[in-house]
Design a protein around this ligand. Sequence first.
Ligand code: BGP
Length: 479
Amino acid sequence: MTVATTTRTSETPFPPGFLWGGATAANQIEGAYDQGGKGLSIQDVMPKGGMAPRTDAPTPDNLKLDAIDFYHRYAEDIALFAEMGFSVFRFSIAWSRIFPRGDEAEPNEEGLAFYDRLLDECERHGITPLVTISHYETPLHLAETHDGWVSREMIGHFERYCRVLFERYGQRVKLWLTFNEINSVLHLPFLSGGITTPKEELSPSALYQAAHHELVASALATRIAHELIPDAKVGCMVIAMPTYPLTPDPQDVLAVMHADHANLMFGDVHTRGSYPGYALRSFREHGIELDITDEDREILRNTVDFVSFSYYMSICETADPAKRVTGQGNIMGGVPNPTLEASEWGWQIDPVGLRIVLNQFWDRWQKPLFIVENGLGARDELVEVDGVLTVLDDYRIAYLNDHLVQVGEAIADGVELWGYTTWGPIDLVSASTAQLSKRYGFIYVDRDDDGSGTLQRYRKQSFAWYAEVIRTNGASLQR
Ligand code: BGP
């Protein structure tokens, strides 16, 4: 006999049909780096992750080469997502599975067939796919021969790749993201833009030219998606980083405005279809000369249907150079906030910042929003409870609960939000440090930083917790 639930879903601020799920990236889960005709991507030569220098060839201590073997275990993993009640699964397509070098005329059929099978599994479980076209996975050949997105030729290679994806999967994939965290190219040019020139040697003009090429490519992809898949929705994806003044000094507030401009320019171009005045002034005053053609300007007018973002932390800014100690670990730098605690990796935890940034983005862009990454990277310990191996991750539950409560507040504020996918619903390899011990999942994967482990999957305590959040559409959250 089933006992009727006492939870009243009418008490939730989350609208009916809100999409709940998790997010991953090919290079952090698939493994099989040299199978199925796949070429090398920049990730295959980054054994220590995005914050460290690359190597010249794949090294055995690069956990991403095998990752968590999703390439072979996707059916089992998607079944576990379905067990939690996912209505959406965000994953990326590895560009180098489809075009192994990036510059071929014809795609690799074996790579395309893999994602057909993956989509079959999503369909079987009624899970809506949300596909990232480029998630820190530039084919290595393009990085090495073109200096990544510094070259205008990348737009053509990307266009060819997008057309293949839209033609092949357009019947079943209606939600697309162009570039993961596109604003990170200013901070991590190799990881984000496949730019092999070391950052210190890269001129600001070259760096912003690369960003411009990505923006044009993103708008072009949006236009083509709309042409080929009339009911598709295309979003940009940015790092959301609410930035607070370190003090009430107006100079600190101005420093925040400048930091915001540098970040928000990417969303501004994607949603408004042209560069904002503050960006043009900054280019002028910093001697940044960009090659922006009339055709580019025309293409940029193809604005996105929605804005998606990752949210992990907020930061502070100050105009006082003596106080500019940068925070550790995160991609964007910034000054640590003295009022906040940090994760073991130095990422400051700020649930209220999520409500703030949701409101900021909605007020600024008036486009539907989608939180496509949020979560806590933590060390987990596998323990036996009633004869079952699990992880008692109450810290992860607390983190996600507190963030989701703030999401509910933002929805009550009037923000239009389509969905929420946690980062790493299953443990995966970290983008910044290439560790597996920085775990995000509801599902524990038995693999350690030294590469040992059975790869077996175990449900953590948070697994049942998230299933309940989804089942009640957020009504079970502790406010
Ligand atoms: C974002 C990336 C993801 C993911 C996440 C967590 O910047 O889009 O790929 O990895 O951060 O970061 P990390 O893996 O470094 O803990």
